[in-house]
Design a protein around this ligand. Sequence first.
Ligand SMILES: Cc1ncc(COP(=O)(O)O)c(C=O)c1O
Length: 388
Amino acid sequence: MSTSPAAPASPTERELNEFRSRFPILARRNYLNSCSLGALSHDAEARLDDFRELWHTMGASAWYEHWLGRLDELRAKAGAIHGAATEETAILPSTSAALSVVADAVPTAGRNRVVCSELDFPTLAYQWRVKPEIELVVVPSDDGIGVSLDRFEEAVDERTLFVATSHVCYSTGYVQDVAGIGEIARRAGAWSIIDGYQAAGQIAVDVEALGVDVYTSGPLKWLCGGPGLAWLFVRADRIAEMKPRFTSWFAARDQFDFRLDAFEFRDDARRFELGTPALPTVHTALGGIEALESFGLDRVQARIRALTARLVEGCREAGFSLRTHPDPERRSGIVMIAHDDPAEAVRRLDARDIVVDHRPGHVRVSPHAYNTEAEVDEVVAALAGMYT
Ligand SMILES: Cc1ncc(COP(=O)(O)O)c(C=O)c1O
């Protein structure tokens, strides 16, 4: 299990206000739903304005002079914040697309089992559910919050091709022991694939240190970069043995030779790319990350931990039942509060300008670093008020 990083210095009120002023929604609403969609920043808008302006003034020639460079910039930036090299980083249209490319790219070596967990986001399991030749094993959660390493250990054997699971569980905020899961896969000769969509930005991610083969994530949620693309990180020493069966001209070594009589994959992770990426999102992703970096990613993560602890504490004091792990090391900024009618609760909170979400049986609250302690207290008080 990882140890907590040393706490970075807390922001001053001025620093926090400056950070908050980058996200216009915060002046209008109490926005506590960043695990669905991170807030739009002025930084992301400024990047989008650059893109729009070049489109107006240069048209297609902006591709060669600017936009291919933005793709390189985003691969390098995404790699850096996930502990991966630029050469290990690819831009894909979505997590689902990234997973489906990988699912068909590895030699099976006679193996036909894929192991995931019941707390994973469905799209992860669907990649193999649709393949009749694959036996999909869904590892159960004993407490409904997380999955123990023992459960993975029991399920993984010499028939296992992939262990595919989440870094942070979308429905409980549970932070899995990814290094441990990668080790279990490696010992059995299986590939490890981790869906880090709910981890990127809110907890520290170091793909190299985690020792997994493949990791996916994206800018949409905690990185405040908007919808329209995802990232795929593949360990350098694994790339050459992977031959995607879905491909594109972006994957070709000689992309701009336009030859039909030959195809060779690129040597780096761009061999997994599936065509022209969504340029608006390339820009908003760069801007979203810049907004967070202006505050400091380590401070962002420390603040999410602190606000989550306050939220959990407030909920307990109010007598709510939570589906959230008690150990701060194993939980993240997704707090599930049991509720008889969560959809109605979310509607009533929305009417009071408090934006949260719901999943079956629970109200889901996800504070980001740009939220305040008062905003966290407000949602607890508002929920408590509904019972009186
Ligand atoms: C853990 C996780 N994985 C994947 C996705 C989405 O996948 P895709 O990019 O294919 O829409 C989500 C949420 O929207 C998620 O929470």
